[in-house]
Design a protein around this ligand. Structure first.
Ligand SMILES: [Cu+2]
Length: 99
């Protein structure tokens, strides 16, 4: 017979696992090409604008590569909205074929 503590631990683990799976299901990662960034200040401005956006979980912007890697909650945000936010900083999202 399992002890109550074992049962408690098992159910806690189940609840945690379910929570992680649910959270992961809504988190999308997208890479967006951004033109016009010349230095760390530029990428910093884009990062700041993205992180201030509701639903953005993480933003890594690299001015050398000219791209932004964004993790976001797709229940709250769309990729189109992220493009708008980036365009709003004065840098230009590079249009990609097929999008
Ligand atoms: Cu700059």
């Amino acid at each position: 017979m399992r002890s109550r503590i074992t049962n408690l631990v098992v159910s806690s683990v189940l609840v945690l696992t379910l929570g992680v799976i649910t959270a992961a299901a809504f988190t999308k990662t997208v890479t967006i090409r951004v033109d016009g960034m010349k230095c760390a200040k530029c990428s910093g401005a884009v990062t700041k604008a993205l992180k201030a956006t509701e639903g953005v979980e993480d933003a890594q912007v690299n001015h050398e590569k000219g791209e932004a890697v964004i993790k976001y909650d797709d229940q709250k945000l769309t990729e189109a909205k992220l493009r708008e936010v980036i365009n709003g900083t004065g840098f230009k999202v590079a249009e990609e074929k097929g999008q």
